[in-house]
Design a protein around this ligand. Structure first.
Ligand code: ATP
Ligand code: MG
Length: 210
Protein backbone atom coordinates (compact mmCIF):
# COMPACT_ATOMS: atom_id res chain seq x y z
CA UNK A 1 0.00 0.00 0.00
CA UNK A 2 1.14 3.50 -0.70
CA UNK A 3 0.54 6.18 1.90
CA UNK A 4 0.92 9.93 1.58
CA UNK A 5 1.89 12.01 4.58
CA UNK A 6 1.74 15.78 4.87
CA UNK A 7 2.42 17.56 8.09
CA UNK A 8 3.17 21.17 8.87
CA UNK A 9 2.84 23.40 11.88
CA UNK A 10 2.42 27.11 12.25
CA UNK A 11 4.43 28.34 15.15
CA UNK A 12 3.31 31.45 16.90
CA UNK A 13 5.40 32.60 19.82
CA UNK A 14 3.81 33.83 23.00
CA UNK A 15 5.26 37.26 23.67
CA UNK A 16 6.18 37.18 27.33
CA UNK A 17 8.64 39.82 28.65
CA UNK A 18 11.49 37.28 28.57
CA UNK A 19 10.59 36.13 25.06
CA UNK A 20 10.78 39.76 23.91
CA UNK A 21 14.16 40.11 25.59
CA UNK A 22 15.50 36.96 23.89
CA UNK A 23 14.14 38.21 20.60
CA UNK A 24 16.00 41.49 20.98
CA UNK A 25 19.23 39.98 22.32
CA UNK A 26 19.51 37.29 19.66
CA UNK A 27 17.87 39.13 16.80
CA UNK A 28 15.17 36.49 16.66
CA UNK A 29 12.10 37.33 14.60
CA UNK A 30 8.83 36.46 16.31
CA UNK A 31 6.48 36.49 13.35
CA UNK A 32 4.48 33.31 12.72
CA UNK A 33 6.46 30.72 10.81
CA UNK A 34 5.38 27.61 9.03
CA UNK A 35 7.35 24.42 9.62
CA UNK A 36 6.96 21.73 7.01
CA UNK A 37 7.84 18.29 8.34
CA UNK A 38 6.30 16.12 5.62
CA UNK A 39 5.43 17.55 2.23
CA UNK A 40 3.36 15.02 0.32
CA UNK A 41 5.78 12.29 1.37
CA UNK A 42 4.86 9.03 -0.31
CA UNK A 43 5.79 5.76 1.29
CA UNK A 44 5.03 2.21 0.28
CA UNK A 45 4.49 -0.31 3.05
CA UNK A 46 3.52 -3.86 2.23
CA UNK A 47 2.08 -6.54 4.49
CA UNK A 48 4.86 -8.26 6.38
CA UNK A 49 7.34 -5.39 5.99
CA UNK A 50 9.67 -4.50 8.82
CA UNK A 51 9.89 -0.71 8.82
CA UNK A 52 12.70 0.99 10.75
CA UNK A 53 12.32 4.75 11.22
CA UNK A 54 15.31 6.64 12.59
CA UNK A 55 16.54 10.22 12.72
CA UNK A 56 17.34 13.00 15.10
CA UNK A 57 15.18 13.87 18.07
CA UNK A 58 12.43 16.23 16.95
CA UNK A 59 12.78 15.34 13.26
CA UNK A 60 9.31 13.81 12.94
CA UNK A 61 9.55 10.06 13.57
CA UNK A 62 6.65 9.83 16.02
CA UNK A 63 4.43 12.00 13.83
CA UNK A 64 5.14 9.78 10.83
CA UNK A 65 4.48 6.57 12.71
CA UNK A 66 1.30 7.84 14.33
CA UNK A 67 -0.08 8.93 10.95
CA UNK A 68 0.91 5.69 9.22
CA UNK A 69 -0.68 3.62 12.01
CA UNK A 70 -3.88 5.66 11.66
CA UNK A 71 -3.97 5.16 7.88
CA UNK A 72 -3.33 1.43 8.25
CA UNK A 73 -6.17 1.18 10.74
CA UNK A 74 -8.46 3.00 8.32
CA UNK A 75 -7.39 0.48 5.68
CA UNK A 76 -8.87 -2.27 7.83
CA UNK A 77 -5.75 -3.53 9.58
CA UNK A 78 -5.70 -4.23 13.28
CA UNK A 79 -2.89 -2.37 15.00
CA UNK A 80 -1.15 -3.12 18.31
CA UNK A 81 0.60 -0.01 19.55
CA UNK A 82 3.05 -0.45 22.41
CA UNK A 83 1.89 2.87 23.87
CA UNK A 84 -1.70 1.57 24.17
CA UNK A 85 -0.89 -1.77 25.80
CA UNK A 86 -2.71 -2.20 29.07
CA UNK A 87 -1.69 -4.31 32.03
CA UNK A 88 -2.36 -4.60 35.72
CA UNK A 89 -0.10 -5.20 38.66
CA UNK A 90 -0.13 -9.00 38.90
CA UNK A 91 3.15 -10.90 38.41
CA UNK A 92 4.29 -10.79 34.77
CA UNK A 93 3.97 -14.53 34.30
CA UNK A 94 0.22 -14.31 35.03
CA UNK A 95 -0.47 -11.57 32.53
CA UNK A 96 0.27 -13.13 29.17
CA UNK A 97 0.46 -16.41 27.29
CA UNK A 98 -2.06 -19.20 26.79
CA UNK A 99 -0.15 -21.33 29.27
CA UNK A 100 3.09 -21.33 31.22
CA UNK A 101 5.43 -22.20 28.35
CA UNK A 102 3.74 -19.70 26.04
CA UNK A 103 4.19 -17.02 28.71
CA UNK A 104 7.88 -17.90 29.08
CA UNK A 105 8.35 -17.85 25.32
CA UNK A 106 6.78 -14.38 24.98
CA UNK A 107 8.76 -12.90 27.87
CA UNK A 108 12.07 -14.20 26.61
CA UNK A 109 11.34 -13.02 23.04
CA UNK A 110 11.05 -9.53 24.50
CA UNK A 111 14.34 -9.96 26.37
CA UNK A 112 12.88 -10.74 29.79
CA UNK A 113 14.50 -14.09 30.37
CA UNK A 114 15.34 -14.02 34.03
CA UNK A 115 13.25 -16.16 36.40
CA UNK A 116 13.54 -13.41 39.00
CA UNK A 117 11.62 -11.10 36.64
CA UNK A 118 8.87 -13.60 35.76
CA UNK A 119 7.42 -13.31 39.26
CA UNK A 120 7.82 -9.53 39.63
CA UNK A 121 4.96 -7.08 39.21
CA UNK A 122 5.09 -4.21 36.67
CA UNK A 123 5.30 -1.67 39.51
CA UNK A 124 8.59 -3.32 40.54
CA UNK A 125 10.19 -3.01 37.10
CA UNK A 126 12.50 -0.42 35.59
CA UNK A 127 11.33 1.61 32.60
CA UNK A 128 13.29 -0.58 30.19
CA UNK A 129 11.89 -3.75 31.76
CA UNK A 130 8.34 -2.36 31.54
CA UNK A 131 8.96 -1.52 27.90
CA UNK A 132 10.02 -5.12 27.25
CA UNK A 133 6.93 -6.41 29.04
CA UNK A 134 4.67 -4.26 26.86
CA UNK A 135 6.58 -5.47 23.81
CA UNK A 136 5.91 -9.07 24.85
CA UNK A 137 2.21 -8.21 24.94
CA UNK A 138 2.42 -6.63 21.49
CA UNK A 139 3.99 -9.86 20.19
CA UNK A 140 1.18 -11.81 21.82
CA UNK A 141 -1.50 -9.67 20.17
CA UNK A 142 -3.35 -10.97 17.15
CA UNK A 143 -2.95 -7.60 15.41
CA UNK A 144 -1.72 -7.37 11.80
CA UNK A 145 0.54 -4.40 12.54
CA UNK A 146 2.90 -3.96 15.48
CA UNK A 147 3.90 -0.38 16.31
CA UNK A 148 6.65 0.52 18.77
CA UNK A 149 7.80 4.11 19.23
CA UNK A 150 10.96 4.78 21.26
CA UNK A 151 11.93 1.25 20.29
CA UNK A 152 14.58 -0.06 22.73
CA UNK A 153 15.32 3.57 23.69
CA UNK A 154 15.73 2.76 27.37
CA UNK A 155 17.71 -0.45 26.86
CA UNK A 156 21.43 -1.14 26.96
CA UNK A 157 22.56 -1.79 23.41
CA UNK A 158 23.33 -5.48 23.85
CA UNK A 159 19.79 -6.14 25.09
CA UNK A 160 18.43 -3.79 22.42
CA UNK A 161 20.05 -5.83 19.67
CA UNK A 162 18.76 -9.14 21.06
CA UNK A 163 15.23 -7.74 21.32
CA UNK A 164 15.38 -6.26 17.80
CA UNK A 165 16.59 -9.54 16.33
CA UNK A 166 13.90 -11.56 18.14
CA UNK A 167 11.14 -9.14 17.18
CA UNK A 168 11.85 -9.29 13.45
CA UNK A 169 12.24 -13.04 13.57
CA UNK A 170 8.88 -13.73 15.20
CA UNK A 171 7.15 -11.04 13.11
CA UNK A 172 8.45 -12.56 9.89
CA UNK A 173 7.39 -16.02 11.01
CA UNK A 174 3.87 -14.77 11.72
CA UNK A 175 3.70 -12.44 8.69
CA UNK A 176 3.18 -9.32 10.80
CA UNK A 177 3.94 -5.80 9.64
CA UNK A 178 6.23 -3.98 12.08
CA UNK A 179 6.94 -0.27 12.46
CA UNK A 180 9.54 0.85 14.97
CA UNK A 181 10.92 4.33 15.53
CA UNK A 182 13.95 5.37 17.54
CA UNK A 183 16.84 7.81 17.42
CA UNK A 184 19.17 4.80 17.80
CA UNK A 185 20.64 3.93 14.42
CA UNK A 186 22.44 0.75 15.47
CA UNK A 187 19.73 -1.85 14.81
CA UNK A 188 19.85 -2.17 11.04
CA UNK A 189 21.68 -5.46 11.03
CA UNK A 190 19.43 -7.05 13.66
CA UNK A 191 16.14 -5.82 12.15
CA UNK A 192 17.11 -6.38 8.51
CA UNK A 193 14.40 -3.85 7.60
CA UNK A 194 12.49 -4.06 4.31
CA UNK A 195 11.99 -0.36 4.65
CA UNK A 196 14.47 2.01 6.26
CA UNK A 197 13.53 5.64 6.81
CA UNK A 198 15.98 8.25 8.06
CA UNK A 199 14.37 11.58 8.87
CA UNK A 200 16.27 14.85 9.09
CA UNK A 201 15.12 18.30 10.02
CA UNK A 202 12.66 20.23 7.85
CA UNK A 203 11.17 17.91 5.25
CA UNK A 204 14.41 16.11 4.35
CA UNK A 205 14.07 12.35 4.39
CA UNK A 206 15.87 9.31 3.02
CA UNK A 207 14.19 6.01 2.28
CA UNK A 208 15.66 2.62 1.41
CA UNK A 209 13.29 -0.08 0.24
CA UNK A 210 14.32 -3.61 -0.60
N1 ATP B 1 1.31 20.00 18.12
C1 ATP B 1 2.48 20.45 17.64
N2 ATP B 1 2.64 21.78 17.35
C2 ATP B 1 3.78 22.25 16.86
N3 ATP B 1 4.86 21.48 16.58
C3 ATP B 1 4.75 20.16 16.84
C4 ATP B 1 3.56 19.57 17.38
N4 ATP B 1 3.76 18.24 17.51
C5 ATP B 1 5.02 18.02 17.09
N5 ATP B 1 5.62 19.16 16.68
C6 ATP B 1 6.97 19.29 16.14
O1 ATP B 1 7.15 18.30 15.16
C7 ATP B 1 8.48 17.83 15.18
C8 ATP B 1 8.50 16.32 15.11
O2 ATP B 1 7.96 15.77 16.30
P1 ATP B 1 8.08 14.19 16.60
O3 ATP B 1 7.44 13.97 17.91
O4 ATP B 1 7.56 13.43 15.44
O5 ATP B 1 9.66 14.02 16.69
P2 ATP B 1 10.51 12.70 16.90
O6 ATP B 1 11.39 12.52 15.69
O7 ATP B 1 9.60 11.58 17.28
O8 ATP B 1 11.46 13.09 18.13
P3 ATP B 1 11.96 12.22 19.39
O9 ATP B 1 13.07 11.36 18.89
O10 ATP B 1 12.42 13.24 20.35
O11 ATP B 1 10.79 11.42 19.90
C9 ATP B 1 9.15 18.39 16.43
O12 ATP B 1 10.11 19.33 16.05
C10 ATP B 1 8.01 19.02 17.21
O13 ATP B 1 8.43 20.21 17.83
MG1 MG C 1 9.34 10.54 18.98
Amino acid sequence: MQYTISKKFKSSVERTPRVLEVSEAFGLGLSDKEFVIYDNFKIEINDGDICYITGQSGSGKSLLMRDLAKLMLEDGNSVADIDSIEYDDRPLIDQLGKNMSDALRLLSLAGLNDAYLFVRKPSELSDGQKYRFRLAKVIESEADVWVADEFTAALDRVTAKVVAFNLQKVARKLGKTVMVATTHMDLKEELGPNLYVEKYFRDKIEVEHD
